[in-house]
Ligand binder design. Structure first.
Ligand SMILES: Nc1ncnc2c1ncn2[C@@H]1O[C@H](COP(=O)(O)OP(=O)(O)OP(=O)(O)O)[C@@H](O)[C@H]1O
Length: 220
């Protein structure tokens, strides 16, 4: 679905590298969460994968038919006066979809009852559920999310990861997400991709937690 080979990236275009000699492979049907400290380059890697940024060197091969993207939530999202149904309609137009059934789109994450509401009036969890529903328009085979549960209460976090788990397990959607929420994402991801000091490696959730406990002297 996605292969990265020998990727180097920095915002200046030269060393020191933010991402250095990165290799990554995401197979169809997998769910991988990208984890690592603040500033380690996770969102940057996602932007390179999405084609928003160009690697300085190395290759990114995308084999997905269609990619759905849920961006990181920003404070400005709440102040823009747009309703839920307008968000769905405008995205459908962007995708050149011939028919847009707003109720059907929103029903995937149980948000059809909120279509007349302003985006800014939704709670953090409701907002993310609308963005996930939007990202699923046009039936993407790869769903990419940047910190899907930021600013979301615990109950809504569980709802969101339950939905991601269903999409992954029942509908076969391949998922790649930048994550800080290991408590929830760890339960549903197949593996983690740990970005640290410019390098990345795949590991199991268990291995990552053990490594973390060792470094932090026994505290998670
Ligand atoms: N447009 C930019 N121009 C220059 N530097 C940037 C830009 N965007 C990000 N950076 C820097 O690149 C580094 C990595 O940022 P990035 O957002 O990829 O990290 P992250 O791992 O996603 O962090 P977090 O967990 O805090 O979201 C940071 O030092 C950041 O300040």
């Amino acid at each position: 679905m996605l292969t990265i080979e020998n990727l180097y990236f920095s915002y200046t275009g030269s060393a020191p590298w933010l991402l250095e000699n990165v290799d990554f492979h995401l197979a169809g049907g997998e769910y991988i969460s990208i984890v690592g400290n603040n500033g380690s380059g996770k969102s940057t890697l996602l932007k390179i994968i999405l084609g928003f940024l160009k690697p300085v060197s190395g290759t990114v091969t995308r084999r997905a038919r269609r990619i759905g993207y849920v961006p990181q939530r920003s404070a400005s999202d709440a102040s823009f006066p747009i309703t839920v149904e307008e968000v769905i309609h405008s995205y459908g137009k962007l995708l050149h979809l011939k028919k847009i059934d707003v109720d059907q789109v929103l029903s995937v994450t149980g948000m059809e009852g909120y279509k007349k509401q302003l985006m800014g009036s939704l709670s953090g969890g409701q907002h993310q559920k609308v963005l996930i529903a939007r990202a699923l328009m046009g039936s993407p085979d790869l769903l990419i999310l940047d910190e899907p549960s930021t600013g979301v209460d615990l109950t809504s976090q569980r709802d969101i990861y339950k939905e991601l788990d269903t999409l992954h397990k029942d509908k076969g959607v391949t998922i790649l997400a930048v994550e800080h929420n290991l408590a929830e994402a760890g339960k549903v991801s197949d593996r983690l991709y740990h970005v640290e000091h410019g390098h990345g490696h795949l590991c199991s959730v268990r291995h990552y937690i053990e490594e973390y406990i060792e470094k932090e002297g026994g505290h998670v």
